[in-house]
Ligand binder design. Structure first.
Ligand SMILES: O=C(CO)[C@H](O)[C@H](O)COP(=O)(O)O
Length: 207
């Protein structure tokens, strides 16, 4: 099970400091949407240069102009770029095609999706990697509920990640769902000791 660290609401210096401290315990590095908005594609490039052996996820949250935005992410060094599930099928198809041309991948962000039928449509378009997502703003109204997992439960040929306020207390019940990637932001990046937090989480994932 991969641990993906999400670098959100951080300065460039904070991103690199946290990566230096947590590198050994994280598998995938997500350059968060806000960080990309602040620093542009150059920060994706810098992080890939510094961590060439890690899988870099550019959280572009693309919803239109798919071909262009996917190419931007891959040119900058991203291995995976994110695309919103509600995007037009043409956008999904274009980003998939672009990913194939670059030998890279797209991850579909399921934020706001409540019907399994959309996920099946996405699979029919060729999608193989999705992320269940309980949004940052929704987190102020309560923790990620286990019902979120029913969206993808039992679907075959689908790699599933999950994000949304996961912390050391909630991680064990998330692990039980048997997904491929657990995405953690604040519980590591805003921890007093990000290294200890990442180590503890990776420890649970590899148990
Ligand atoms: O995509 C995101 C926000 O849109 C974050 O990557 C995701 O929510 C993980 O961060 P946190 O653990 O702090 O919720």
């Amino acid at each position: 099970m991969n641990l993906q660290i999400a670098l959100d609401r951080l300065t460039r210096e904070e991103c690199f400091k946290i990566l230096k401290e947590t590198e050994k315990f994280v598998d995938w590095i997500e350059v968060g949407t806000g960080v990309i908005k602040e620093y542009g594609m150059s920060i994706v490039h810098e992080i890939k240069q510094s961590y060439p052996h890690k899988t870099i996820v550019a959280d572009m949250k693309t919803c239109d102009a798919g071909k262009h935005e996917a190419a931007q992410a891959f040119e900058a060094g991203a291995d995976i770029t994110t695309v919103m599930a509600f995007s037009a099928d043409k956008t999904i198809a274009d980003t998939l095609k672009t990913a194939e041309q670059y030998g890279k991948r797209i991850m579909i962000d399921l934020l706001g999706v409540s019907e399994r039928s959309r996920i099946i449509e996405l699979q029919n378009l060729g999608v193989e990697l999705v992320s269940l997502h309980y949004g940052k703003d929704m987190q102020s109204e309560g923790e990620l509920g286990m019902d979120l997992f029913s969206l993808t439960q039992g679907l075959s040929n689908l790699e599933v990640a999950v994000a949304g306020g996961i912390n050391l207390e909630t991680l064990p019940s998330v692990i039980e769902k048997g997904l491929s990637t657990i995405i953690v932001g604040s519980a590591i990046t805003k921890a007093v000791n990000p290294c200890d937090s990442a180590a503890a989480m990776k420890g649970l994932l590899t148990k």
